[in-house]
Design a protein around this ligand. Structure first.
Ligand code: MN
Ligand code: MN
Length: 296
């Protein structure tokens, strides 16, 4: 059982990075443009508007790794530690950074603030996209999950839609890793839709922007409508829009459900091997790390 949890956790993190690397190629494109250029885009080839090197990942994976690293280096979660690691990451001039993320980190560097100002404009997916390390760390003691998640989110995104979605994505990821039960995942998603029907993915309209509800609906539509890992990720990134982030989150859920054996070996080989190593080590360490939490 223990090994199974590790295996699904690792697959979730690796597929998150795969979705990021694959989606970077089609980010901000329209489905029609993708079709014209690639037919079906399913190869890790880099390029895209970032002119990414093949196999490389973007801010989504890098910020997740930074957050995970902060937990492991601090010897527990601290909001200060998380903000410092985000700042360290930004100073290395990443290949991409979202505007809300940048604003939040600058706010921390200049004012020491770890809570960004509330804004209706911070309903982007930039905080939700980096929360997987918190999920993995909290698997052993879930009581800290909500507070830790909100705390890391608010460093850059202080918005209730972002909070709500990030929490639900975490709950879904947890249940998939622990049980591999897609129906249990659907129950959690349905609870949210009952509370706010605008999250519903049942009549998916193809909107795949970085707005948190678009991301949620895109990911859930393709996750529940596909039967395997390949399809889930490929269909998501071929929807364009915020394809790397949506692809990463879809990949996270698909990896958690289908496990390592669902991953096409050509993707595993094409992904930057340093990233694979970092993710493998971090997954193992987060699952084993002792719980210690300092919130603010
Ligand atoms: Mn990105
Ligand atoms: Mn993106």
């Amino acid at each position: 059982m223990k090994n199974e949890v590790f295996e699904r956790s690792l697959a979730a993190y690796i597929c998150f990075a795969i979705g990021d690397a694959l989606g970077a190629t089609t980010e901000f494109m329209l489905p029609r443009e993708i079709k014209e250029k690639y037919g079906i885009h399913d190869k890790i080839i880099g390029g895209g508007w970032l002119h990414l090197k093949s196999g490389n990942v973007t801010d989504d994976t890098e910020m997740s790794l930074a957050l995970g690293e902060s937990i492991l280096e601090t010897g527990g979660y601290s909001v200060q530690g998380a903000a410092e690691h985000f700042a360290k990451w930004m100073k290395k001039k990443p290949v991409d950074i979202g505007s809300t993320v940048r604003r939040g980190i600058v706010n921390f560097i200049t004012k020491g603030s770890v809570v960004s100002l509330y804004s209706t404009f911070s309903a982007g997916n930039g905080a939700a996209m980096r929360n997987l390390p918190v999920v993995l760390y909290c698997l052993k003691d879930w009581k800290w999950f909500e507070e830790m998640t909100i705390s890391q989110c608010h460093i850059t995104h202080n918005n209730e839609l972002s909070d709500m979605t990030t929490l639900v994505l975490g709950e879904v990821t947890k249940v998939l890793i622990e049980t591999g039960d897609k129906k249990a995942a659907l129950e959690i998603v349905s609870e949210l839709i009952k509370k706010d029907p605008s999250f519903s993915h049942s009549k998916y309209n193809g909107e795949a922007s970085g707005y948190i509800k678009d991301t949620f609906r895109t990911v859930m539509h393709y996750f529940f409508d596909s039967d395997n890992l390949y399809e889930t990720i490929v269909r998501t990134v071929n929807q364009g829009g915020d394809a790397d982030t949506n692809g990463a989150i879809a990949g996270m859920l698909a990896g958690a459900l289908y496990g390592m054996e669902g991953i096409p070996s050509k993707w595993l080989k094409a992904l930057d091997q340093d990233v694979v190593k970092l993710i493998t080590k971090q997954t193992e360490d987060l699952l084993n790390a002792h719980m210690d939490v300092v919130l603010l």
